[in-house]
Ligand binder design. Sequence first.
Ligand SMILES: Nc1ncnc2c1ncn2[C@@H]1O[C@H](COP(=O)(O)OP(=O)(O)O)[C@@H](O)[C@H]1O
Ligand SMILES: [Mg+2]
Length: 269
Amino acid sequence: MNQPHIRLTDVEMTFSRPDGSGEGIHALGPIQLDLRNGEFFAVVGPSGCGKSTLLELMIGLTSPTKGSITFEGQPINGSCPDGIGVVFQEDASFAWLTVRDNIAFGLRRTALDRREQDERVENALAMMGLVEFADVYPSQLSGGMRQRVCIARTLVTQPRLILLDEPFGALDQQTRLLMGDEILSLWRKTGATIFLITHALDEAAMLADRIGVMSSRPGQLIDIVETNWPRDRDSRIVENDAFGVVTARLWRSLRVESMKAIGKTEPRR
Ligand SMILES: Nc1ncnc2c1ncn2[C@@H]1O[C@H](COP(=O)(O)OP(=O)(O)O)[C@@H](O)[C@H]1O
Ligand SMILES: [Mg+2]
């Protein structure tokens, strides 16, 4: 199948101001982007450049002011299509449910028969290394493990496209690298397309087949870097010289944009 898995055409987003005054806040775009079926795509960009807005548009949580988005050839309008799963930045586990019930939460409200639900939950527990924690509550887990619960909860819906919005933002560097390995392994096992938003250049460089670099607000794609990593890879790729070349290129594209985001400009020399 050669059609892009998800296609964004001339997508722009302008938010109106809370008091309705002025021209509105041009948050994003125009954006053109085709994701290939089964690829691992990462997005990096300065804070406030519209990354989360982009993700919200891709799941139909908000509608673009201009342009259009199609998923598997069908337009997205107003609701998250079956086949797309999302993992948000904040720890979104439910404190009052055990790990197993957290993971089953979405499935219990579907028409799937109970045996199939249970099987998917057990598979997701195994895939995310949570089997022995199935009956404990999130408060008894580390931050990294709680985030694994959230990933497992998305996995049970068997998404063909998985969107992750800075899912490891709150974790320490070492845990982030190891979580990256788990994401790579689940990407290989599921064959899903992955779209990962991150502010960490090394994370993008280590994980993705292609990395889109966004400008400061209104976010536009100013560079797309192909890493050419083998499909079978893990965090040890950071030892590779080519890894340094990729992160250096990302920083070259991002440095000026990041300075704009904090209100600085390049000093004259
Ligand atoms: N619902 C909203 N109403 C008004 N402005 C918004 C809304 N959501 C986001 N924005 C603005 O859009 C810009 C991009 O936000 P966001 O997508 O959250 O950036 P990022 O995820 O890259 O940090 C920011 O300037 C933010 O203030
Ligand atoms: Mg964000």
